[in-house]
Design a protein around this ligand. Structure first.
Ligand SMILES: [Zn+2]
Length: 340
């Protein structure tokens, strides 16, 4: 930490690209006003040394990234992060191991940093890029993206201006050194390398899948939204046949209304027509282990008779009892038994 003692806290210097890899010769080659220099060195002391636990405002799911963001070695600019962090070991120079240090995400999920180093990143700046060297970047292998801490950048006397479409970054002399685009999901993210161009960050969906994702709107409405560019991050597969949607069919199923009053005349006498139904199995057994019941309802008198059953196949025996009871008690012969 020769540099820390010499330059002091929160200093920013410009140095030659050929020099920054060799800190020993750094002091001799510092050129604060050299505008031709292509590397900007950001010096920002790491708070971990003070015993603080690094935090980030992103949720664990965002920090974990996706295969696409890993392949593209994406960088997220985070105004709530207290440190720079990266999972990309090969991007770090002057790498040293550190005692495992927890990094807490906004959703309290914890990642662990096990090393640190310096890292060179390219900030988009119109048709070109500005190379920035970040100091003391934590190495957290479980993460899926690099986090660039806006507060560490600010502590190095840079300024970040968040607009609707970009995060503009200025140096201490108010020179615009880069702007980071905002993605469709509101993240200020930069993707790098050939992997970024070869990895499609859009998801391929069929018309039917998109119809389901969008709450079962009509296929015509889905097409209209895609055609007018109102859906980001989705590529619609061409020529996909919509077919039919079971959920839509179910939701639109209708039934004939059940009349509140019966329309057909009742049976003329007791026993002329008996309605029967079996119910069960019950989730709970009765004290005597019954799980079903069978009902016999007389259409003329609405007299109702219920028998509890242990098994469903006791139904016929129950009917024979009911039939015998009607015959012995009322001298009635059952003429018609209705059951579904
Ligand atoms: Zn549907």
């Amino acid at each position: 930490m020769l540099l820390q003692g010499f330059i002091g806290k929160n200093a920013k210097i410009r140095i030659f690209r050929s020099v920054w890899l060799h800190s020993v010769s750094l002091l001799a080659d510092i050129s604060e006003d050299d505008d031709d220099d292509s590397v900007i060195f950001i010096y920002d002391p790491m708070p971990v040394d003070d015993g603080e636990v690094p935090v980030t405002s992103f949720a664990g799911a965002v920090l974990e990234g996706t295969q696409a963001t890993r392949n593209a070695e994406s960088e997220l600019y985070d105004s709530g992060a207290s440190c720079h962090m990266t999972p990309f070991h090969h991007c770090l120079i002057n790498f040293t191991h550190i005692t495992s240090c927890p990094i807490t995400a906004a959703d309290k999920r914890v990642f662990h940093a096990i090393g640190k180093g310096d890292m060179q990143v390219e900030v988009p700046n119109g048709n070109t890029t500005t190379t920035i060297l970040l100091k003391d970047v934590l190495y957290a292998p479980d993460m899926g993206v690099t986090i660039i801490s806006i507060s560490r950048i600010a502590s190095a006397r840079y300024a970040a201006l968040f607009c609707a479409n970009f995060c503009h970054i200025f140096d201490s002399k108010k020179h615009h050194i880069g702007h980071v685009p905002v993605t469709s999901n509101g993240l200020y993210r930069v993707d790098h390398g050939e992997a970024a161009s070869s990895v499609s960050l859009s998801r391929q969906l069929t018309l039917k899948q998109l119809h389901c994702h969008m709450g079962h709107i009509t296929p015509e409405a889905v097409w209209k939204l895609v055609r007018e560019g109102r859906v980001n991050g989705v590529d619609l597969e061409e020529g996909g046949d919509f077919g039919s949607c079971d959920s839509c069919k179910y939701a639109k199923t209708t039934r004939k209304p059940i009349k509140k009053e019966r329309s057909a005349p009742r049976a003329a006498r007791f026993g002329d027509e008996i309605h029967s139904d079996v119910w069960g199995p019950s989730p709970l057994k009765s004290i005597f282990h019954h799980k079903y019941y069978v009902s016999f309802i007389d259409d003329h008198t609405r007299y109702s008779h219920i028998t509890l059953l242990r098994k469903k196949d006791e139904t016929f025996k129950s009917y024979k009892h009911f039939e015998a009871w009607a015959a012995t008690q009322y001298n009635i012969k059952i003429k018609r038994l209705c059951s579904d």
